[in-house]
Design a protein around this ligand. Sequence first.
Ligand code: ZN
Length: 202
Amino acid sequence: MDIKKIYMDSDALLEGHFKLSSGNHSQFYLQSAKVLEDPKTAKLLADALALQIKESGIKIDTVCAPALGGLIAGFALATALDCRSIFAERVNGEMSIRRGFEVKKGERVLMCEDIITTGGSAMEAAAVVESLGGEVVAVAALANRGFCKRQNSDVTTKPNCRLPQNIPFFALADFTFEMYSPEDCPMCKNGSEAIKPGSRGN
Ligand code: ZN
């Protein structure tokens, strides 16, 4: 399966000159929500991700999405894994699990995002799951921004990766495009102006 082509075809991977939320510039922009706009594509991607997880032999009781970005991916993955689907959300900046969702002691939870950049949000939500007695046994995302090492990839873990090394990280593809500070941006040097797509640049 050509994940990058699926992203391109869904306008989820844009090429141009973009200003990211970090302030850095990039030639590419990943808007993962767009790839999930078509439920058939969402199912296709979640099935492929679920296959990797099943092949690893790791047993999952529950998929937990950390906040909005991971909701659809998490639900689709839970459907493919035939397990429970819950989500965390930010309330006044703090990650929490609400809406009557319970996490049982020892429950085996997989954290699922649409895209993992450094994994910070996933780990904030994982801490909440663990505080309720759950055991975070894996992390999964449709796309890996290339800062963390996923299973079956040569991409190495960078210092800003927040995912723990002792639990597996599953993703379908690495999107490791360059980022530049505005002063060093080759596209700026060529006279083009960076545009800011989306709300947070991820
Ligand atoms: Zn630029």
